[in-house]
Ligand binder design. Structure first.
Ligand code: ADP
Ligand code: MG
Length: 251
């Protein structure tokens, strides 16, 4: 199944090792003085294009901090980070905004949809921000909602949708600009098992189309789908293991 199928994108810049996400000694300190928190204490991480990585670890270990840095929602206190072969540090705010809108899609535990507008309008939002003309927005938005099996809910507002439906809208929105990288922070954390399973299937389908996927999860069923599991503890990588089993979903 190739529900988010698309043409392959040309290769990008390079840090010499082909990694799409490359970090060296990344640190993040929140606050200052006595109340400061060292959320990340020296992360080395290289993720190749097309990997499906689960990030696991106890609450407070720095998983969300790491995801926010990877997605350029926040900046590190130290260390080097290259996204698609480009050092992020040197980028101006416009370039960063462009990365956030075009290169990376985000999915959050709490969905983060805009409550006052419909499912369709939420999915359309990144396209609007990206300057996509109306006719194309309409076509792309409709396609995306069909792919997450919500064509019949496109004119509903978030308050009228279930948790699983909200997360599927959020995934459609994250994929609107056809990003290479999908970041999801505990995407099934607020869902029942069955809705969580639908979300997992969508990630697997996206992985099959060549996207690079990073998912923070406590959900063993979700981490089992990943091709690699990175465990964070106290702001450091505690273990980093390629999955022994095939990561493709059962036939
Ligand atoms: P996780 O996602 O693994 O639960 P987080 O990355 O959210 O962990 O948090 C890591 C540490 O950084 C925790 O001690 C948390 O309290 C702290 N922290 C996270 N965000 C902030 C913030 N904006 N200001 C201050 N401390 C923060
Ligand atoms: Mg978190």
């Amino acid at each position: 199944m190739n529900i988010f199928g698309r043409g392959r994108r040309k290769g990008n810049g390079s840090n010499g090792n082909g990694a799409v996400i490359w970090m060296k000694d990344i640190r993040k300190v929140y606050g200052a003085g006595k109340v400061h928190v060292e959320a990340l204490r020296g992360i080395d991480l290289a993720i190749a294009k097309g990997e499906f990585v689960a990030i696991v670890g106890p609450s407070g270990s720095g998983k969300s901090t790491l995801m926010n840095l990877i997605g350029c929602l926040d900046t590190p206190s130290g260390g080097e980070y290259e996204l698609a072969g480009q050092p992020v540090e040197g980028l101006d705010p416009n370039a960063l905004a462009d990365i956030r809108n075009r290169r990376v899609g985000f999915v959050f535990q709490s969905f983060n949809l805009l409550p006052a507008i419909t499912a369709f309008e939420n999915v359309e939002m990144p396209l609007l921000l990206g300057g996509v003309p109306k006719r194309q927005r309409r076509r792309r938005g409709t396609e995306l909602l069909e792919r997450v099996d919500l064509a019949d809910r496109s004119h509903h507002k978030p308050a009228e949708l279930s948790g699983g439906q909200l997360q599927r809208v959020a995934i459609a929105r994250a994929m609107a600009m056809d990003p290479d990288i999908l970041l999801a922070d505990e995407p099934t954390g607020n869902l029942d098992t069955s809705s969580g399973g639908d979300i997992m299937s969508l990630f697997s389908a996206l992985h099959e189309t060549g996207r690079t996927i990073l998912v923070v999860t406590h959900d063993k069923a979700l981490s089992r789908r990943a091709s690699r599991v990175v465990e964070i503890r106290d702001g450091l990588i505690e273990s980093d293991q390629k999955s022994a089993t095939d990561s493709s979903p059962p036939a």
